[in-house]
Design a binder for this molecule. Structure first.
Ligand code: C2E
Ligand code: MG
Ligand code: MG
Ligand code: MG
Length: 282
C-alpha cells in the first residue's frame, strides 16, 4: 500500500500518521488535566413516560469544554479516557454529579424520579466499582432505586464472569440496570438472561428511519415485545419527530428520549425545563 507507491509517498504517509498521533497525544495530555481544571460538565437529557405524559427521569451525558477547541464530543474523548484508564476517576465524578443533581430535583418536588449514567466496560475492570457506587449512594443519601446504570454488552468481552458478578452485586443494592444501544453489538442474545437487567434501550439507529423503513420498524416492534416478555421496561432513544413518538406509543413502548422531547441540557436549563413540566401537571 503506502510503501509500494514509492519512498516519498511512504514518508508523506508516515508524517501524516505522526501528526495525527501527536494530535491524539496532545488531546490525551489535555484530558489528564481536565478533571482538575473542572472542564467536564454533565448535561442531562429528559426521559418521557408515554403513559402518564410525565418526565420521569434524565440521562447524564458528559461534555468536555476544552479551553481552545470548545466542546469536544464524547464520541471522540471517551475512547481516550478508556484507553488510558482515566475513565475510572472521570466515571466517579459523573456518578457523584448525577447523585447531587438528583438530590436537588428530589427536593424540588419530583417523586420517583431517576437518573441514569453511562458506565463503560473499562469501569468494570475496576475491582472497587461496587464499593465506590455503594459509598457514593450513602454519601449523597441517594435512594438506590433512583440510580440507573447504562451498560452495553461490551462489559462481557474481557472477563464475562467477573463483570456479571459485579453487576449482580450492584443490582442487589437496588440500583437499576439498563442495556444501552440494544441491537448494535456482536454477541448473542444470551446475555439478556445472564445479566440482571431492568431496562432495554432501543438504539437510535433503529428509531431514525422507523417510519419509512419496514426493517427498522420490525426491529423496534420485536425489541419492545422481547423486552416486555423478559419483564423489562423499554426506552427508545433518538426520537426526533411526533410520527416516531406515535409509532412507539402505538407499539407499547414505555419511555422515549430524544430531541423531540429535549436535547441534553446543561444543569440550569434542565431545572427550568422541569419546573415548566411540574407546573403543567399541577
Ligand atoms: P448513548 O449513551 O447511547 O447516548 C445517546 C447519544 O445520543 C447522546 O450523544 C445524545 O446526545 C444523543 N441523542 C439524544 N437524543 C438524540 C436525538 O434525538 N437524535 C440524535 N441524533 N442524537 C440524540 P452524546 O451525548 O454525544 O454521547 C455519545 C455517547 O458517549 C453515549 O451514547 C455514551 O455511550 C457515551 N457517553 C456519554 N457520556 C458518558 C459518560 O458519562 N460516561 C461514559 N462512559 N460514556 C458516556
Ligand atoms: Mg446511554
Ligand atoms: Mg444509546
Ligand atoms: Mg451510544
Amino acid at each position: 500500500w503506502a510503501k509500494s507507491s514509492g519512498p516519498n509517498q511512504y514518508r508523506f504517509y508516515a508524517s501524516e500518521m505522526n501528526a495525527r498521533g501527536h494530535e491524539l497525544l496532545k488531546l490525551e495530555g489535555d484530558l489528564r488535566l481536565a478533571l482538575k481544571r473542572e472542564e467536564f460538565l454533565l448535561y442531562y437529557q429528559p426521559q418521557l413516560d408515554l403513559r402518564s405524559g410525565r418526565i420521569i427521569g434524565i440521562e447524564g451525558l458528559i461534555r468536555w469544554q476544552h479551553p481552545l477547541r470548545g466542546f469536544v464530543s464524547p464520541v471522540n474523548f471517551i475512547p481516550l479516557l478508556e484507553n488510558s484508564g482515566m475513565i475510572i476517576p472521570v466515571g466517579e465524578w459523573v456518578l457523584r454529579q448525577a447523585c447531587k443533581a438528583h438530590r436537588i430535583i428530589r427536593e424540588a418536588g419530583f417523586d420517583n424520579f431517576r437518573v441514569s449514567i453511562n458506565v463503560s466496560a473499562v469501569q468494570f475492570n475496576d475491582e472497587y466499582l461496587y464499593e465506590k457506587i455503594n459509598r457514593t449512594l450513602q454519601d449523597e443519601q441517594m435512594p438506590q432505586q433512583a440510580l440507573e446504570l447504562e451498560i452495553t454488552e461490551n462489559i462481557l468481552i474481557k472477563d464475562p464472569m467477573s463483570a456479571a458478578e459485579t453487576l449482580r452485586a450492584i443490582h442487589a443494592l437496588g440500583v437499576r440496570i439498563a442495556i444501552d444501544d440494544f441491537g448494535t453489538g456482536y454477541s448473542s442474545l444470551a446475555y439478556l438472561k445472564r445479566l440482571p437487567l431492568n431496562v432495554l434501550k432501543i438504539d437510535q439507529t433503529f428509531v431514525r428511519d422507523l417510519i419509512n423503513d419496514q426493517s427498522d420498524a420490525a426491529i423496534a416492534e420485536a425489541s419492545i415485545s422481547l423486552a416486555h416478555k423478559l419483564g423489562l421496561e423499554v426506552i427508545a432513544e433518538g426520537v426526533e419527530t411526533v410520527q416516531q413518538l406515535e409509532f412507539l406509543r402505538t407499539h407499547d413502548c414505555d419511555l422515549v428520549q430524544g430531541y423531540y422531547i429535549s436535547k441534553p441540557l446543561p444543569w440550569h436549563e434542565l431545572m427550568k425545563f422541569l419546573q415548566t413540566k411540574l407546573l403543567q401537571h399541577e
